[in-house]
Design a protein around this ligand. Structure first.
Ligand code: UD1
Length: 337
């Protein structure tokens, strides 16, 4: 496939892995990022991995003039929109900030796209829109409910896209609902390493493995799951990136929108993930059992059948590969290379 693609948030965790997958598939990639949650050396690392220099514009997604200037400079065939805030707890403390960035940013982007005559967009949504799922595995037509402001912004964004598409048939939106992204690029050069103390399991395990954090606190062992700890559908970030490529290929080929879960269809518990990370780093990682975290569900995993049937998407990498690639990336990062 060929074409020039704008990746908003393209220097972030999922965005940077998708940049590599798109370049390897033959696309030209341009990044827009405000680097609020991305390292400044990511564009250089993308060049080391792909051998291609990636134009990168530092810009806030809500800055209408800045976004318009990027559209004036490049002729895009499509956009993949990652730029958003994603911490569930923080979203409950600062709801207006989350709505401003996630929904306001989307509106700014859609306005710029419309004016530039670009009507294809892949949108980063989340399995969080399913709330506390009643049916397992979770299909795309499961009931939607926002249990947090973060979830609300994703649900509202999906509805904004539906309204736009209903009014103007030129729009083609690929909505992708991610389950739990994990792991790092095989090169060891790109991965997830948040600046602050991580909220999510995988980056937290990585910090326990380096010794920067003393132990994992397992949030509850009395859930209705085989070992009592929470079960999630972890998907390797390189599989997730491949899903974006397939979504984009399809939008460009058909100019018709779609909506898919991106997950493996398999659940892994917190303790299973801890053991997999322990094997990856070569020592038993310490943990304590703590109380449940407010808002957590016991178990959810994707029904990935629709994405496989209609997009040819299959996430095959295992939790072992997620932990091994995460650890390889973290070690390299700590060694300064
Ligand atoms: C959360 C969000 C999801 C978001 C994702 C980012 C909800 C309902 N979901 O998913 O929208 O996309 O983060 O990847 O808020 N755990 C521990 N100890 C820790 C951290 C986590 O035991 O220190 C457990 C959790 O209780 C859970 C599992 O690990 O059972 C995964 O947690 P986490 O990585 O935070 O992801 P989710 O809460 O599933």
């Amino acid at each position: 496939m060929s074409g020039r693609i704008l990746l908003t948030g393209g220097a972030g965790y999922i965005g940077s892995h998708t940049a590599i997958a798109l370049i390897e598939a033959g696309y030209d990639v341009v990044i827009l990022d405000d680097f609020s949650n991305a390292r400044p050396d990511v564009p250089d690392r993308l060049e080391m991995i792909t051998g291609r220099s990636v134009p990168c514009h530092r810009c806030d997604i809500r800055d209408a003039a800045g976004v318009a200037a990027i559209f004036a400079r490049h002729r895009f065939d499509a956009v993949v929109h990652f730029a958003a805030k994603k911490a569930v707890g923080e979203s409950m403390e600062r709801p207006l900030d989350y709505i401003n960035v996630n929904c306001g940013g989307l509106l700014t982007l859609l306005g710029a796209m419309q004016r530039a005559g670009v009507f294809r967009l892949v949108f980063s949504s989340s399995a969080t829109v399913y709330g506390l799922p009643k049916v397992l595995p979770v299909p795309e037509d499961a009931p939607l409910v926002a249990e947090s402001t973060y979830a609300w912004t994703k649900l509202a964004s999906e509805q904004i896209l539906a309204q736009a598409a209903a009014a103007d048939p030129r729009w083609a939106f690929g909505i992708l609902r991610y389950f739990n992204p994990a792991g790092a690029h095989g090169s060891g050069l790109i991965g997830e390493d948040p600046r602050d103390i991580p909220n999510n399991l995988m980056p937290y395990l990585a910090r326990v493995a380096t010794g920067e954090l003393a132990r994992l606190e397992v949030f509850g062992d009395d859930y209705n799951t085989p070992d009592g700890t929470g079960v999630r559908d972890y998907i390797h970030v390189e599989d997730l990136a491949a899903g974006h490529r397939l979504s984009l290929d399809d939008l460009i080929a058909t100019d018709r929108g779609h909506l898919f879960n991106l997950g493996t269809g398999k659940g892994t518990s917190v303790l299973e993930m801890l053991r997999a990370y322990s094997r990856a780093c070569g020592r038993d990682l310490p943990y304590v059992i703590g109380p449940r975290r407010a808002g957590d569900v016991d178990i959810y995993y994707a029904d990935p059948a629709k994405a496989e049937r209609e997009l040819g998407f299959r996430a095959t990498r295992t939790p072992e590969e997620m932990c091994a690639s995460s650890w390889a990336f973290i070690l390299r990062r700590r060694n300064g290379s």
